[in-house]
Write a protein that binds this ligand. Structure first.
Ligand SMILES: Nc1ncnc2c1ncn2[C@@H]1O[C@H](COP(=O)(O)OP(=O)(O)OP(=O)(O)O)[C@@H](O)[C@H]1O
Ligand SMILES: [Mg+2]
Length: 267
């Protein structure tokens, strides 16, 4: 049997507050794809990730749907086993005084931080998995530190750990290196690449072309809630396409399998 797509959006209209972000929007992402999503501020990128993560729903109508892995209905606990999301948004929402260990374990509870009532429900297997993930991400020394006292980069790694406790097939990352210094950013990306090489699918939203690793095959550009380009990364990341989307003259360079963008001289 053919496996269902990771994401199948058909004719969806999505509102956030009083903004209609998508109208009659359609997009399919297959399982095992590695995709980057780019586009100007306000294009709808984070909104799209929130659809994948079931934080937002489309306006109900007969010929429109959003299906994740072939289903329109999910409960969040089930979904977390398939899709792990890390976003800078999450970072600001943790309960004060949560320790790093508690933040990571909280991945099992789909809660933000582990509340006192939940602590007694932590299974030995969950604790063991959380410790393994901390070890893999170099977080062991922070185990009992309060999450709030970590640097941005350390917090981001911790949230990746929280998403990884389930071994999800797909990782969804919103602006993975925002706020990270060069070294922390490169290290974080190299962990993500390693996870991709070991077979995980990736959906990365970014503003930085150099953050799109060679493992990413498909690039989608969104602008004003519409798809402006969608295809193999070499076909989409061109000076022509990017200059058009961002409405400014740009050039693109290729260095060691990475892309770089810079302003054209006559800017
Ligand atoms: N709660 C809200 N109420 C009203 N409008 C909203 C709300 N949240 C988002 N929007 C609007 O929805 C549109 C899409 O926002 P979204 O966060 O998806 O953009 P984005 O592509 O992720 O941008 P950025 O690159 O700045 O992160 C924007 O115009 C934004 O102002
Ligand atoms: Mg965003």
């Amino acid at each position: 049997m053919k496996e269902p797509p990771l994401l199948e959006i058909d004719n969806a209209t999505i509102w956030r507050g009083s903004t209609r972000v998508f109208h009659d929007f359609s997009l399919t992402l297959q399982q095992h794809e590695r995709v980057a999503i780019l586009g100007p501020n306000g294009a709808g990128k984070t909104t799209l990730l929130k659809l994948i993560n079931r934080e937002l729903y489309p306006v109900a109508s007969d010929d429109s749907w959003v299906r994740i892995l072939g289903r329109e209905r999910w409960n969040v606990w089930e979904l977390r086993e398939h899709i792990g999301l890390v976003s800078p948004d999450l970072q600001s929402h943790f309960m004060p005084n949560s320790t790093v260990l508690e933040v990571i374990v909280s991945g099992f509870f789909s809660s933000i931080g582990v509340h006192y009532q939940l602590r007694e429900h932590i299974q030995p297997m969950q604790l063991q998995k959380s410790v393994e993930v901390m070890q893999m991400l170099g977080l062991k020394e922070f185990r009992e530190r309060e999450f709030e006292t970590l640097s941005t980069g350390q917090q981001r790694r911790c949230l990746l750990g929280r998403a990884l406790v389930h071994d999800p097939d797909t990782l969804v990352l919103d602006e993975p290196t925002s706020g990270l210094d060069l070294k922390a950013g490169f290290e974080y990306l190299s962990r993500i690449r390693e996870l991709a090489r070991r077979g995980r699918s990736l959906v990365i939203v970014t503003h930085h072309l150099d953050e799109i690793p060679p493992e990413i095959e498909r690039v989608i550009i969104l602008k004003n809630g519409q798809i402006k380009a969608d295809g193999p990364r070499d076909a989409v990341l061109t000076a022509e396409v990017l200059s058009d989307v961002y409405d400014t003259s740009l050039r693109v360079a290729h260095v060691d399998g990475h892309f770089m963008v810079y302003p054209a001289e006559n800017n």
